[in-house]
Design a protein. Structure first.
Length: 263
């Protein structure tokens, strides 16, 4: 190959490389642009997908919270139903108790507004007085039974002697046998039912109610059949005539709440 042909060959090769570079560079730049553009698109799509996932997650959390709130609401409604049922049942039971103790006779509902530590088991101060129709000597009772008798009446309040006072006495009757006696109050010991004959059929568990008999002209606070208590002990004592009968009151000294005055 002569020098002229070699020269032509070299120029041809250079021309081919130039043309290749000239045409390949735009394609490469195009690929770079496409790669950059698609990268941006994928990044944006990925970001939107991530945000969508968060939104979906928040939505699912909201649904779960709504379900929790609905469950809590149902539980609250159930508790309200139970509470209403309890209140209705309590009112029903109270009415049944009141009917049992004879509230069909006129009576005045009152509250305990005072008790002295020195006379805790002897007397109470109640919220009703002369202007409410309370009278001296009126009987006082709770939902469980007899608790005392009014001994002093003020205009807006009254004082009642409790059945636990040792000086308190009331005519009583044994429901099962129909025998009559007199109950003498006691605290903290059991009360006594006196004048029960030695051959009486009275026994433990017998229910004791008021006899309706007056022990004196100013001591007739209750009609008959008001609950008082139950027999817890029966025994003989050679030193007395008749049986020794111990009574447990239905009402407890430290649990007296709602009270009523026989009108």
């Amino acid at each position: 190959m002569n020098s002229k042909d070699l020269k032509s060959f070299v120029l041809t090769i250079l021309l081919i490389f130039f043309l290749a570079w000239f045409f390949v560079r735009p394609i490469s730049d195009g690929f770079s642009f496409i790669y950059s553009f698609t990268g941006k698109i994928f990044n944006q799509v990925g970001s939107e997908i991530s945000e969508s996932k968060e939104e979906v997650g928040d939505y699912i959390d909201s649904l779960e919270r709504i379900k929790e709130l609905e469950l809590e609401n149902k539980q609250i409604k159930l508790e309200n139903i139970k509470l209403n049922s309890f209140v209705k049942r309590k009112k029903y039971d109270e009415q049944a108790d009141l009917n049992f103790i004879g509230l069909k006779i006129p009576s005045i509902q009152a509250e305990i507004i005072g008790r002295s530590p020195d006379t805790w088991h002897e007397q109470i101060i109640i919220s009703k007085g002369k202007k409410d129709g309370v009278k001296l000597g009126s009987g006082v009772f709770s939902l469980k039974g007899i608790i005392g008798q009014v001994t002093k009446v003020n205009e807006n309040s009254s004082i009642a002697k409790l059945i636990f006072d040792r000086s308190f006495r009331i005519g009583a009757k044994v429901v099962r046998t129909g025998e009559y006696g007199v109950i003498t109050g006691a605290y903290p010991d059991f009360a006594s039912l006196e004048f029960i004959k030695i051959d009486s059929g009275i026994k433990e568990g017998d229910t004791i109610v008021s006899s309706g008999l007056c022990l004196s002209s100013d001591s007739c606070p209750y009609p008959n059949d008001f609950p008082i208590g139950k027999v817890v002990q029966v025994k003989k004592d050679p030193n007395i005539v008749g049986l020794v009968v111990k009574i447990e009151f239905f009402e407890k000294l430290n649990r007296i709440k709602e009270i009523y005055v026989v009108n």
